[in-house]
Ligand binder design. Structure first.
Ligand code: FAD
Length: 396
């Protein structure tokens, strides 16, 4: 349900805005930047002390349009365009590296999944092909070829630094007139006659006909106070980073096979030369306790070193644990609330909120001002908070 009539009128009053964004994270900050570009008077509120201190800083920085759902491919292609041209356009380094994404197949099961996705991925504009083990070893030198059947490679995907990127987006949003209030927690979204009227925080109250829920793992909690059930669950994942070494591979590698206590794992070498890695626990761990575990390193390193033995020489610097804001089917929840006019959900980004952020921000800005681009209906259908959640993202 879109904004109420009279949009733009309330912003003449003190403490009143065209749009309030809850959350200065992977989604909230690029959204603020996109709103500023459309001259929308915007306030962003975050309980943390600076941008990206929620889950954005826990992301490894992988940026891909290599997905199985059309909406995700389309929105990510736009994000890729933004990340890959950012330095050229703004002069600001975000450690963008176009190294591609390599999904490996060691079993017929994964080979079939990857091959069957190619037609839909190509149809929606992804540059991708299936490679033989020999072709893969040219992209990933030192990979063991035993049991390797092949894999898909999407060369235009890449990586960037989540903290460099969000700070650069933040500066641009501020330069465009967006106000940011940090160290302030939104207690509730206020409504009247079924419409959003603003928010109340622990420090102040504000007026706005539109509130964007970009609260990530905390969206469900926030929206439940309004009677809206937004199915986002906090799923714990760990990440790690090595010392920097000379760059010897550029792609982000995903092995979809399950292992003991885990599903897929992935790793890549970032622009400064550090190897970054993560693994998906099986069964998934639901919760918000962010203490890193002692089992993570042994679990993920054993799998990485088996695949690429030369990785054993690299020393690990640090590990951490963060939260994926998970939806039931692995795709985001983006759309107007159907009960509360003016409440716009942009959450449930799962393990891809950093890469989805810039494309999502522009989509939300268009929704706020009532513009539509050709592919928006496809994206909004796939991401509807009210979909049936019957299918699943095959490349989570
Ligand atoms: C180990 C790991 C690796 C990952 N790797 C990648 C990757 O390679 N690529 C990728 O794209 N993604 C990756 N992700 C996922 C990514 O980090 C998340 O999907 C993304 O950060 C979610 O973005 P968000 O804006 O929804 O949430 P956040 O970035 O967490 O932002 C939400 C913000 O809302 C604020 N907030 C919440 N409630 C309130 C309130 N009531 N009042 C005020 N403020 C509030 C929070 O403080 C937070 O700053 C990874 C995650 C983990 C844990």
């Amino acid at each position: 349900m879109g904004p109420s009539p009279g949009y733009g009128e309330m912003n003449r009053m003190k403490n009143s805005y065209d749009v309030i964004v809850i959350g200065a994270g992977s989604v909230g900050v690029p959204t603020a930047m996109a709103l500023a570009e459309k001259n929308v008077k915007t306030l962003v509120i975050d309980k943390n002390a600076s941008p990206g201190q929620g889950e954005n800083k826990h992301a490894l920085g992988g940026v891909r349009a290599n997905h199985s759902i059309p909406g995700k491919i389309l929105i990510s292609l736009r994000s890729l365009e933004i990340f890959s041209t950012w330095e050229q356009k703004t002069g600001e380094n975000i450690d963008w590296l176009k190294g591609g994404y390599l999904f490996l197949a060691y079993r017929r099961e994964e080979e079939d999944i990857l091959k069957n996705l190619l037609p839909i991925q190509k149809k929606f504009g992804l540059n991708i092909d299936y490679l033989s083990p020999d072709e893969i070893s040219e992209i990933l030198p030192g990979i063991r070829k035993e049991e390797l059947l092949g894999g898909t490679f999407s060369p235009d995907d890449g990586s960037a630094s989540p903290l460099l990127a969000i700070n650069s987006f933040y500066s641009k949003a501020r330069a465009g007139g967006v106000e940011f209030h940090f160290g302030e927690q939104v207690k509730t979204v206020t409504t009247g006659e079924g419409k959003v009227t603003g928010v109340i925080s622990d420090k102040n109250s504000y007026l706005s006909p539109i509130v964007i829920d970009a609260a990530g793992p905390y969206s469900r909690q926030l929206c439940s106070r309004l009677g809206a059930d937004i199915p986002v669950f906090p799923e714990l994942h760990e990440g790690g980073i090595s010392e920097p070494v000379e760059n010897f591979f550029g792609c982000l590698v995903v092995d979809l096979r399950p292992g003991p206590g885990s599903k897929n794992y992935y790793f890549y070498q970032n622009k400064p030369g550090q190897v970054m890695f993560s693994i998906a626990p099986d069964p998934p761990l639901i919760g918000t306790e962010k203490g890193a575990t002692s089992s993570f390193l042994t679990q993920v390193c054993a799998r990485m070193v088996t695949a690429v033995p030369r990785l054993k020489n690299i020393r690990i610097r640090r590990t951490w644990r963060g939260i994926y804001p998970m939806s039931p089917d692995g795709a985001p929840l983006i759309g107007w609330d159907r009960e509360i006019e003016g409440l716009l959900h942009a959450t449930g980004m799962c393990g891809q909120g950093f890469l989805l952020g810039p494309g999502t921000g522009e989509l939300l800005a268009r929704m706020v001002i009532g513009e539509t681009k050709e592919n928006d209906p496809i994206i909004l259908k796939d991401f509807s908070p009210y979909r049936e959640f019957e299918s699943h993202e095959a490349l989570r």
